[in-house]
Design a protein around this ligand. Structure first.
Ligand SMILES: [Zn+2]
Length: 592
């Protein structure tokens, strides 16, 4: 069947675009048009269909109306009456600039097919064309193959490829770099932006170069970094030959903020290997109507996140100190989540569809992000492999073997195959590690793994000249609701949890003193650990008093630091991992 989409943003009304699907060579008595319920890379179901209206079908461009029934919320059934040519017109409202978007404004179009171009049931594998009708001065950026330039028309080999290649049009600033001879475009969409074009070209070029050197080669003939500038940052979404990030327009300064942007781009770029090509078997071809389950998502996301920092280190965009600081920050996030002990990485991968994207008040106690835990487990696996193989192998060897054996189109990694590949890549038996930390929920002893690289891991000691008092700790998270302290989370095994403080409570006074959300954290300095407290709270609108004793706060910061001595192997592991020689801890007082 020939499938051809027409996107018209000239005749748009407000944020509502006009669309047409033309089908040729129809042989069935009916055809179903289906709007996906999710986009690969964003593992939760979403009502993308909500903006669809005015769906009508005709027999060819000027033919008779055909009966069209909405048989499911995201599915229309058209009775073809034997016609080989069917044309369906519809409109879609799109006004949300997020990483997977159909966003239409007078200045800009950002289109992910899953949100605006429904597929034809049974024909996901058929090639498709998209024809764009845009204001004459708009420029189009996409990695889809161009069929003709007037009107701009593109082709995809199948629907998956269409969804995997967003289309951006408007007035983007386009920078082009050619690391390893491969054209990479940086398409900056949106006004403003405190970026420096030269530096962006140079730094993204370094990321590309470091990723290619780490993996050995590149499958690309071209790539686009879509960078959408806005005021409500959303993150990034990976594609096979592009990624779309939505960032704050001031994200490029100062250095630490810019490093987070580079980390995002490094993460999304590394996905072109890990998840887009080295992929779990179930992730492509996709079922767009329901959850696609795999226990490997932690490797696809958490391990990608670890490699994102490794690539920045290899590119020297993160210094050795900053690399270790970033790793310690992520480890802190893990240690602050009581739920880390309840779910294995494999189970977190399975339940992400109902868990990660839909957190609620009990989430920190019963779950943890597989980005966070996957990052830390990957780091420990890396150190385990480097130590036991005496630096002959690393997690990088595992990724390279996955790339070599599973990177080609159509292959896919079966659910139980990761550990055997890791064992072949390293020559090590890794069953115990996977049992404990991937399939199980054993607590990671980070200090133990850090020791393999001549380091120690733990809370960062407070400088001895720091006069700030230790504030009392309750174990809640809160937000400001009309100036009041509204409890959003009560963390397990904390004073608040033991005393029965509940999410939803509004704390109005501590020991009779009125509290305000704006100063609450500071106010707790008046009640050092061990102080008896009387919390006055409104619970479901009724005032009550909760007695409790303030506790000691958890560490503010964690850090990796050098030991005073280490073995030759420890030095070798550190050098192979961080890329610079190991140095012993400086004599006391300066703890960095
Ligand atoms: Zn990711």
């Amino acid at each position: 069947m020939q499938i051809r989409y027409r996107v018209d943003t000239v005749a748009h009304e407000g944020h509502r675009g006009r669309f047409t699907v033309e089908l040729n060579g129809v042989t069935d008595a009916s055809v179903d048009l289906v709007v996906p319920s999710w986009v690969p890379g964003s593992y939760h179901l979403v009502n993308y269909v909500r903006g669809f209206r005015n769906v009508t079908a005709r027999a060819g461009p000027d033919g008779a109306l055909l009966p069209t029934e909405r048989v499911e919320s995201s599915r229309w059934r058209i009775t073809t009456g034997g016609h080989a040519e069917v044309r369906v017109d519809y409109t879609v409202y799109g006004h949300e600039l997020i990483t997977e978007a159909f966003d239409l404004t007078p200045e800009h179009l950002f289109l992910n097919a899953a949100l605006s171009l429904p597929y034809v049931e049974g024909h996901l594998e058929d090639p498709v064309e998209v024809e764009l009708h845009l204001p004459p001065d708009w420029r189009v950026v996409t990695e889809l193959e161009e069929v003709r330039s007037r009107p701009p028309t593109y082709r995809a080999r199948n629907y998956d490829e269409l969804v995997d290649n967003p289309i951006d049009a408007g007035h983007p600033v386009v920078l082009t770099i050619r690391p390893h001879g491969i054209p990479h475009r940086i398409a900056i969409c949106g006004e403003g932006g405190n970026y420096e074009a030269h530096r962006l070209e140079e730094d993204l070029g370094k990321i590309v170069d470091a990723a290619i050197r780490l993996m050995g080669d590149s499958p690309l003939t071209g790539y686009t970094f879509f960078v959408h500038l806005t005021d409500v940052p959303d993150g990034g979404l990976e594609h096979g030959a592009s990624n779309s990030s939505v960032v704050h327009r001031t994200t490029f300064e100062p250095r630490e903020r810019y490093e987070r942007f580079l980390g995002l781009e490094s993460h999304e770029y590394f996905h072109l290997y890990n998840v887009k090509r080295i992929r779990p078997k179930v992730l492509g071809p996709f079922d767009y109507t329901r959850e696609n389950y795999t226990r490997l998502l932690w490797w696809m996301e958490g391990t990608t996140d670890y490699f994102s920092d490794l690539v920045l280190r290899r590119a020297d965009l993160l210094s050795p100190t900053r690399f270790l600081e970033e790793s310690a920050k992520i480890a802190k996030l893990l240690l602050e989540s009581p739920g880390r002990r309840l779910l294995s990485l494999e189970e977190l991968s399975q339940i992400t569809w109902v868990d990660y994207y839909k957190p609620y008040e009990e989430s920190p106690n019963q779950s943890v992000s597989y980005y966070t835990k996957g990052y830390v487990v990957s780091l420990c696996l890396d150190l385990e492999i480097r130590h036991r193989s005496e630096t002959r192998a690393s997690i990088e060897s595992v990724m390279r073997l996955l790339w070599k054996e599973y990177g080609q189109p159509g292959r896919g990694l079966a659910e139980g195959e990761l550990q055997p590949v890791a064992e072949r890549a390293t020559g090590l038996e890794l069953g115990e590690f996977f049992d404990r930390y991937v399939r199980g929920t054993a607590e990671l002893d980070l200090d133990h793994f850090a020791g393999y690289a001549g380091l120690t891991f733990g809370p960062k000691p407070k400088p001895s000249d720091d006069p700030s008092p230790e504030a009392g700790y309750l174990g809640i998270r809160h937000r400001d609701v009309g100036g009041f302290v509204k409890v959003t989370h009560v963390l397990l095994d904390t004073p608040a949890h033991r005393a029965g403080v509940s999410p939803g409570d509004e704390i109005v006074a501590v020991n009779g003193n009125k509290v305000a959300a704006s100063s609450f954290v500071k106010d707790l300095e008046a009640y050092p650990p061990g102080t008896p407290l009387d919390l006055a709270v409104f619970r479901r609108g009724f005032l009550r008093h909760i007695p409790l004793t303030s506790g000691s706060p958890p560490p503010e910061k964690y850090r990796f630091a050098s030991l005073e001595t280490t073995t030759d192997l420890g030095k070798k592991v550190y050098q192979a991992w961080i890329g610079v020689p190991w140095e012993p801890a400086k004599p006391a007082a300066t703890n960095r």
